[in-house]
Design a protein around this ligand. Structure first.
Ligand code: ASP
Length: 308
C-alpha cells in the first residue's frame, strides 16, 4: 500500500491581493480545505483515486464560488457551457463532455462517458441528453445563475474580451476546479471541470474537456490538471507534455511542470497554472498568473491551501 496524496485547484488568474476581501479569502480557503477533507476521507478508507477525485470535484461544482457547475461563468449570449473530463491513470481510460448546457454535475457525466460508453468525448445538447439517460440530474439556467458572474459578463462585453473567470482585477472570484489524486493502491486519477471563459462563443470547448491538453493521468508518469486560458493549453498540449517530459527526458515532475508553465505557454499567450502528482506522492503546482487557488494533503500531513 502506498501513502495517499491529493492536490486540488480552484482556478488561476489575476487574483489581486489588494482587492480580495478578508471574508472572501477566508471563504475560499475554507472551501478548498473542505474539498480536501472530503477527498482525504475517501483515500484514508482505501477508496480509489477516481472516487476521491470525483467527490472533490462534485463538491466544488456544487459550491457557487467556483467556475464549475453551479457557479459557472456566462458565455457571450448569457448562457452556460460546461466542460469536464476525467482520466484513470491505472489504464488510461478517460471520459469527457464539452459545451454541455444543463448537467448539474458535469464531472459525473464525464465519468459516465468513461465507464458506460466506448467513447471519450460527448458534446453539446446531446451530452445533456446522455447525462439524463444515465440518470444524472439536469438543472435549469436559474440554478447556475449568480449575480457576480453576470456582472463579470457585463464587464467582459464592455471590454469586448473573452476573459478568465477572474481575469479582471476584481474582488477575488474563484475559478475552474480540478484534482489530481494518488490512492493507497498506487493508482493515479485526474478530474477537471469548468464553465469556461466569460463571454466565450457559445459552443466553444476549452482544455478542461480535452484529454492531453487539460487532463492527463498515467501511473507510469503522473497525473496533471491545468487551469488558465484554455486555447494556450490546447496549443501546447500541456498536460500530457508534462508526462512526456517525465517519461522521455528524465526531467523531475517539478522541472517538467515548471518548463511547461514558464517556457512553453507564454509564447502562445498562455496564462495559468497546473497541479501535478506522481505515484511517489511528489506534488508540484506552478502558475505564471497572479495567483492560483490550490491545496494539497498527503497521508500523515496537515492539509495546506494557498492562493498566491
Ligand atoms: N481552462 C479553462 C478554459 O479555458 C478556464 C480556466 O481554467 O479558468 O475553459
Amino acid at each position: 500500500m502506498s501513502p495517499y496524496a491529493l492536490a486540488i485547484h480552484g482556478g488561476a488568474g489575476v487574483i489581486s491581493r489588494s482587492r480580495m476581501t478578508p471574508e472572501r479569502e477566508a471563504e475560499s480557503r475554507a472551501e478548498l480545505r473542505h474539498a480536501l477533507a472530503i477527498g482525504e476521507e475517501i483515500l484514508a478508507a482505501s477508496g480509489t483515486a477516481l472516487d476521491a477525485a470525483t467527490a472533490v470535484t462534485v463538491y466544488l461544482e456544487d459550491c457557487p464560488l467556483f467556475n464549475a457547475g453551479r457557479g459557472s461563468v456566462f458565455d457571450a449570449e448569457g448562457n452556460h457551457g460546461f466542460d469536464a473530463s476525467i482520466m484513470d491513470g491505472s489504464n488510461r481510460k478517460c471520459g469527457a463532455i464539452a459545451a454541455a448546457r444543463a448537467i448539474k454535475n458535469p464531472i459525473l457525466a464525464a465519468r459516465k462517458v468513461m465507464e458506460e460508453t466506448p467513447h471519450i468525448l460527448l458534446a453539446g445538447d446531446l451530452a445533456d441528453r446522455f447525462a439524463q439517460e444515465q440518470g444524472l440530474e439536469l438543472a435549469p439556467p436559474s440554478y447556475f445563475f449568480t449575480t457576480h458572474r453576470r456582472e463579470q459578463l457585463k464587464r467582459a462585453r464592455e471590454a469586448k474580451q473573452v476573459v478568465l473567470d477572474h481575469g479582471f482585477d476584481d474582488d477575488g472570484a474563484t475559478g475552474t476546479v480540478g484534482a489530481v489524486v494518488l490512492d493507497k493502491h498506487g493508482n493515479l486519477a485526474t478530474t477537471n471541470s469548468t464553465g469556461g471563459m466569460t463571454n466565450k462563443l457559445p459552443g466553444r470547448a476549452g482544455d478542461s474537456a480535452l484529454i492531453g491538453s487539460g487532463t492527463w493521468a498515467h501511473n507510469d508518469t503522473c497525473a496533471v490538471c491545468t487551469t488558465g486560458i484554455g486555447e494556450a493549453f490546447i496549443r501546447t498540449n500541456a498536460a500530457s507534455r508534462v508526462a512526456a517530459m517525465v517519461e522521455f527526458s528524465a526531467s523531475t515532475l517539478a522541472d517538467a511542470a515548471h518548463w511547461v508553465i514558464y517556457a512553453d505557454l507564454p509564447p502562445v499567450g498562455g496564462s495559468g497554472g497546473l497541479i501535478a502528482l506522481n505515484r511517489w506522492g511528489d506534488i508540484t503546482m506552478p502558475f505564471n498568473s497572479g495567483g492560483m487557488y490550490r491545496g494539497y494533503v498527503k497521508e500523515g500531513e496537515e492539509a495546506k491551501v494557498a492562493i498566491w
